[in-house]
Design a protein around this ligand. Structure first.
Ligand code: AFP
Length: 339
């Protein structure tokens, strides 16, 4: 059954005291922006016929034209309502002040990856946007260290621009999925209280890097490929190369997603602020685990906005298997992992 619109849902959650009015308003602003972004992603094939120049972002990575367009759209929606103080975007070196010089103070700031997986756009593969909202009581003087860890996140979510556009959202009361009804340009609740299966049968990793993976990851991959039908082994291998798409499948079907350290990315490739922390928050809210090997992702101190970490997340039992390898324990010890 199709549920409430996102607006109705947020109003009800504010009434129930599950979320503040301001946070709900910021979520609605971000969602309105994402509806516009979804439109430009869908139009990309037409627009790229005219121009397909790529630039380089502050991390030295190739930037798609839509990376910047998407960021600008999110900025303009967040600026309009003046509910949010700062935007820290993967595509921008500087922290963006959203208050338009208005003296009225807000305590909330947003971390954003405006278009994740953008190298997939031109081959018509799903991409997404990832965000989190946190409370910033003090002045944001230290631009390299906006929060101390992912535990400070109040809200985390992502948009998946796939066969349909979806918002998956958590504000500490479970994880909820909304699907965009394109006819009325409105998100509707389609996946209330998403619960990540405790175990799954799919692993997702860029296996081309196998030779460079840490020993524990190579051991785990050997385990995934064993023939043991009673335990659903061998697992299926699936890898899109867009984190949002890979994590969305993992969340709904169960499984494990891994981006460990490699020879090229010695501390992992995925960004702690914009990718790993929001996804870890959602995964934990849905009953799964997210670690960098030994530590919960949400406990990792944020040292700077560029920071990357190894990222292993998904079904509780599967991630626990990897943790056991790091702790040198029996792979199938599933005693509750307490941080
Ligand atoms: P792009 O935004 O450059 O496409 O990178 C996407 C991404 O950050 C993440 O969405 C993927 O999970 C990961 O990189 C894929 O990286 P590999 O191509 O090295 O597997």
């Amino acid at each position: 059954m199709i549920g409430n619109s996102l607006v109705q849902h947020m109003n009800a959650e504010v009434q129930a005291d599950f979320i503040s009015t301001d946070l709900a308003a910021i979520i609605l602003d971000i969602s309105s922006a994402a509806i516009v972004v979804s439109g430009i992603v869908n139009r990309n094939v037409f627009d790229s016929l005219n121009e397909d120049k790529q630039t380089i972002n502050t991390h030295g990575e190739r930037q798609h034209r839509l990376d910047i367009q998407a960021q600008d759209i999110f900025i303009s929606y967040l600026k309009k309502s003046e509910k949010c103080k700062y935007l820290i975007s993967e595509e921008c070196d500087d922290i963006i002040n959203l208050m338009n010089g208005n003296l009225q103070e807000s305590v909330y700031s947003v971390c954003l990856d405006p278009l994740d997986g953008s190298s997939n756009i031109d081959v018509n593969v799903s991409v997404g946007s990832i965000f989190s909202i946190f409370c910033q009581q003090r002045q944001l003087i230290d631009r390299w260290n906006p929060i101390s860890s992912g535990q400070e996140q109040r809200v985390a979510g992502y948009f998946l621009y796939g066969t349909s556009t979806m918002l998956v959202l958590s504000y500490g009361h479970g994880v909820h999925g909304f699907t965009l009804d394109v006819n009325v340009k409105e998100f509707r609740l389609t996946h209330p209280y998403i619960s990540l299966p405790k175990t799954g049968a799919i692993y997702a990793i860029n296996e081309g890097n196998t030779e460079d993976f840490p020993l524990q990851i190579r051991q785990y991959l050997a385990y995934c490929k064993q023939f043991d039908p009673e335990n659903n082994l061998p697992y299926k291998s699936r890898y899109v190369g867009s984190m949002v798409a890979d994590m969305h499948r993992t969340l709904l079907k169960g499984g494990i997603f891994l981006y460990p350290s490699t020879g090229m990315h010695t501390n992992g490739k995925l960004r702690l602020l914009y990718e790993c922390n929001p996804m870890a928050y959602i995964i934990e809210q849905a009953g799964g685990l997210a670690i960098d090997g030994m530590r919960p992702i949400l406990h990792i101190p944020v040292l700077n906005t560029h920071q990357t970490v190894p990222f292993i997340a998904g079904s509780y039992n599967m991630v626990k298997n990897v943790l056991n390898l790091y702790k040198n324990e029996s792979i199938n010890n599933h005693l509750y992992y307490s941080c």
